[in-house]
Structures are given as structure tokens and as C-alpha cells.
Design a binder for this molecule. Structure first.
Ligand SMILES: [Zn+2]
Length: 137
């Protein structure tokens, strides 16, 4: 249990600042890391990968895995599945508006996901910012 807690805390630290990437940025990361871009399942709707981690702090950065969903499990539960896609599709809205929409969309949000309203608001704000910062060519 103590180990699990430690893992979970470490996981959140390593993944708090995951930045969505444009395809061009991802290609550049792949070249630096020697990863074949075509092995990554890049999701244009979220600018994240479906089979590899995008946190440069994570030991599994850009490593494809069939068990990637399990890796994400360390984060899931904190935020609803599809959260990034939800934010990206509404990136022109304010964080307050998105928070209200999220409450309507996900029953029990944010308490059911074991996070406080403050955490959820901050996370929405940061996610909005991170999409605004994505460099597209
Ligand atoms: Zn990771």
C-alpha cells in the first residue's frame, strides 16, 4: 500500500506537465530519441499518443506498449477518459465555462474522480494553456 501510494505520487509528478505535441514536434522528438514515428498511434483530436507516454520525465517517454492503457491507469481516475479531447475541441472557451461543461458531461465530476474542484479547475486551465502553446507549422 505504501509502495502503491509512492508510485502514484511519483506518477502524478512525472505526468502533471505532459504537453500535447503537434505532429511536427513529435516527429522532432522521435528523431532525437531514435523512435520510428509510424510506430506511434498519434491522436490528432487530443495531440497525444494512444500507445506511448508523452511525458519527457517518464521512463516510458515515447516507448510504445500494448499495455499503455495500464500505464495511463496511474493517471486515470484523476480525470475522465477523453478529457484532453474534450478540452482541445473547446479550446476557445474559458476555463470556467469548461468546468461547468465538464460537470454536465461527467456525472459526479470532479469528486467522483477523487480530485477537488480546485484541482480540476487548475488542471483545466493548465490543459487549455498547453493547447494554446502547441506549435503548429
Ligand atoms: Zn509516462
Amino acid at each position: 500500500m505504501a509502495l502503491e501510494k509512492h508510485y502514484s505520487k511519483l506518477f502524478v509528478e512525472q505526468h502533471w506537465n505532459v504537453q500535447p505535441l503537434s505532429k511536427e514536434e513529435l516527429v522532432a522528438h522521435c528523431e532525437r530519441k531514435g523512435v520510428v514515428f509510424d510506430t506511434l498511434l498519434f491522436d490528432e483530436a487530443s495531440l497525444l499518443c494512444k500507445n506511448a507516454c508523452l511525458s519527457p520525465l517518464c521512463p516510458f517517454f515515447l516507448q510504445t506498449s500494448e499495455k499503455f492503457n495500464r500505464h495511463l491507469g496511474g493517471w486515470q481516475g484523476k480525470m475522465p477518459l477523453g478529457f484532453h479531447r474534450f478540452v482541445k475541441a473547446r479550446a476557445t472557451q474559458t476555463a470556467d465555462k469548461l468546468y461547468d461543461l465538464a460537470i454536465t458531461k461527467w456525472k459526479g465530476f470532479p469528486g467522483k474522480f477523487d480530485v477537488t474542484p480546485e484541482f480540476a479547475r487548475t488542471y483545466i486551465e493548465n490543459t487549455l494553456k498547453s493547447y494554446a502553446l502547441v506549435k503548429t507549422v
